[in-house]
Write a protein that binds this ligand. Structure first.
Ligand code: IMP
Length: 423
């Protein structure tokens, strides 16, 4: 350690939750610094599976504290439910959790607006999670957002919320979406306010003091680099910057205090929602991978689209984030396939093109250039030593590391905490 970033290098759902949870064993702090409850991560502790959207993944470790810093947008209802679950599990949140007053709030009208815009797009649906992410971030940018800071002064909040809600209700009605009941929503928010007030703290200070003391800090990236607001094939993006740079804006850690970037790469590709997916597979292989890998959205339950590993895209992710090490996840899901493909470049109208040269229209048309690998038959989920893996599997892993020019930290072959192989 001490200050490490963990980011997903694809379209999200790379299995970061498990990796953060694992590395958090040695962490003093785990920080969520962007996005909202559109993210979802699964952590398996013993025989129990936990699903979280906002609370950082390392919270289950005895000495690890969880920080929700300013870049995160908060749906207080979702947050409060996750807090209830953790308290039921015996976790002392007052000792463990702090929340920045600078976090913007996802308010009921944001969810309505998300739905209204999606409905209006008809066939050009973006496929958002409908959690109000885009509308909440756009309020932030247009100075119409309300923050945790605003709920500290409740009387003032009532005025600000009512002003915003009245405007938003007019828009919702125009779209034919149900307006929110301002009075009822304020009652709900009042209760939620009471629930979170004890946790509000200047997280910037917590993080910087920890960094100055050389404490171990993990920055838990949400979604994936291919959904970044600037670096995705826009508009098929999420509302936040998913690149490492947003650690600075979203938490206040100075850029040069980050020590290392660990990228998480799933052994194949998945995506939920619309937008181009150059290596997308349809039919039997995709269905088999989806079922075996449980590739259904943690947040929405939607079946994920499946494709071969796209190293052209992942190489770009490594480049703009200066990834130092990668972890390959869900390798066990590919066991049993006779032939495994990996995309090593794109062609458009017969010409070589790179990921960064393509907008969403080009990416929808490009032809992936594939390299084929012989698959392996045996189940590898019980293997713990690299040398015990089938030779075909080792060849596949080594190729990925060599192609990306990045060291492979380890390979994950199952959801359990110990299902990992050091390379
Ligand atoms: P939004 O973030 O809900 O606005 O959705 C925008 C796009 O990002 C949609 O295609 C979502 O499916 C996708 N998305 C957002 N968060 C995640 C995630 O954590 N994993 C995978 N896809 C995501």
């Amino acid at each position: 350690m001490p200050a490490i970033s963990i980011i997903g290098l694809q379209w999200g759902d790379e299995g970061k939750g498990k990796i953060v949870d694992l590395l958090a064993q040695k962490a003093d702090y785990v920080v969520r610094y962007h996005g909202g409850n559109n993210a979802g991560h699964t952590v398996v502790v013993g025989t129990k599976k936990h699903f979280f959207h906002l609370i950082p993944s390392g919270i289950f470790h005895k000495n690890t504290k969880a920080v929700i810093s300013n870049g995160v947008i908060l749906d207080l209802e979702v947050l409060s439910k996750e807090m209830d679950i953790l308290e039921k599990e015996g976790i002392n949140l007052l000792y463990k959790l702090c929340i920045s007053p600078r976090c913007h709030l996802i308010l009921p009208y944001h969810k309505g607006l998300d739905e209204a815009y999606e409905n209006a797009r008809g066939n050009n649906l973006l496929g958002t999670t409908k959690r109000g992410i885009g509308p909440a971030y756009s309020d932030k940018v247009s100075y119409n957002g309300l923050r945790v800071y605003d709920i500290l002064d409740w009387k003032d909040f009532i005025n600000k919320f009512t002003f915003q809600a009245k405007i938003k209700n007019k828009i919702l009605k125009t779209f034919g979406v149900k307006a929110i009941n301002i009075y009822k929503e304020l009652e709900k928010l009042k209760k939620l306010r009471r629930r979170i007030l004890p946790f509000v703290k200047d997280t910037y200070k917590v993080i910087n003091e920890a960094a100055n003391k050389r404490k171990n800090i993990l920055f838990e990236g949400a979604h994936g680099i291919m959904l970044d607001l600037d670096w995705s094939p826009y508009p098929f993006a999420t509302g936040s910057n998913t690149v490492v740079g947003s650690i600075n804006t979203g938490s206040g850690l100075p850029v040069n205090k980050l020590n290392s970037v660990v990228g998480v790469v799933k052994a194949f590709t998945s995506r939920v929602g619309g937008g181009p997916l150059p290596t997308e597979l349809k039919g039997r292989i995709a269905d088999a991978i989806r079922e075996k890998g449980g590739e259904y959205g943690t947040t929405t339950g939607r079946p994920r689209r499946i494709g071969w590993l796209d190293l052209e895209a992942v190489r770009f992710s490594c480049l703009i984030n200066n990834v130092n090490e990668i972890v390959i996840t869900k390798l066990d899901i590919l066991s049993g396939l006779l032939d495994i493909k990996v995309c090593i470049g794109y062609k458009l109208n017969g010409q070589k093109v790179s990921y960064s040269e393509c907008g969403y229209k080009e990416l929808s048309k490009i032809k992936p250039v594939y390299k084929s690998f012989t698959g392996w038959i045996d189940d590898i989920s019980h293997v713990r030593n690299f040398s015990d893996l089938p030779q075909e599997c080792r060849i596949f892993i080594n190729f990925i590391g060599k192609y990306l020019g990045v060291k492979i930290k380890f390979v994950s072959v199952g959801a359990e905490r110990n299902a990992n192989i050091k390379v």
